[in-house]
Design a binder for this molecule. Sequence first.
Ligand SMILES: Nc1ncnc2c1ncn2[C@@H]1O[C@H](COP(=O)(O)OP(=O)(O)OP(=O)(O)O)[C@@H](O)[C@H]1O
Length: 249
Amino acid sequence: MKPVLMCCNVSVDFDGFYALQGADLKVYPHEVRFLIGPNGAGKTTLLDVICGKTRASNGKVLFYSHDITDMPEHKIVRLGISRKFQSPSIFHQLTVWENMELALKQDRGLFAVLQAKMSEVDRDMIITLLQRIELLDYADQKAGSLSHGQKQWLEIGMQLIQFPQLLLLDEPIAGMSAAERERTGELIHEIARDCAVVIVEHDMDFVRRFSKQVTVMHEGKVLCEGTMEDIQQNEKVVEIYLGREEKAC
Ligand SMILES: Nc1ncnc2c1ncn2[C@@H]1O[C@H](COP(=O)(O)OP(=O)(O)OP(=O)(O)O)[C@@H](O)[C@H]1O
């Protein structure tokens, strides 16, 4: 099977400080890949390079056969890579439905989108996605009135409406209740039926519960990959990351 994403020997130089130092990553269709590692390991920087927010100073990023290393962010989005940042960037004064409408027609202005008549197909698509993110009953509510977890789901829904083939999530469960975390884990696996997902996450209980393949990053490189069971046996991973977690408990 061809990988959706290949990062080959990617380095990022921030004025002499190397946040990434030859990072390699392959992600396959329908995969849910967790990226873990200590603070400063380069996880967010790697997501930033993949979505075009940060430029690699060396190495290549391939999305299927496209070399996207030097592509501007908006073109990468159009190719099918969607990035959700830690804090939700939704419009609090608009309803859940209007947020979804806007996400559907991002290239048009707010006024034009809200005035335009929707096609049946678009309407059905929004309904299906709102069902998936469990917000159909909240469609007419202002997004600002949603719980923190629901706001995160709304933003995930707004990413999904563009039908990405790769979704990048940065700590999606931060600040969520236990029930919201559980639902988010299930949602991520549902999403992976249609698109690969790469998730940066620090919550090891969540990673244990919902991961298959985990990539451990350290000092700007990939240290190792495998199932959570595999990497828990890795002495270096325990030393630099998981050991600290146990001590903190
Ligand atoms: N714009 C920047 N300029 C300079 N240094 C940066 C910049 N962005 C990130 N860094 C540094 O690069 C390193 C990697 O940061 P990054 O945020 O990718 O790590 P991370 O693994 O995501 O950490 P965390 O788990 O704390 O979010 C850190 O030392 C960080 O301070």
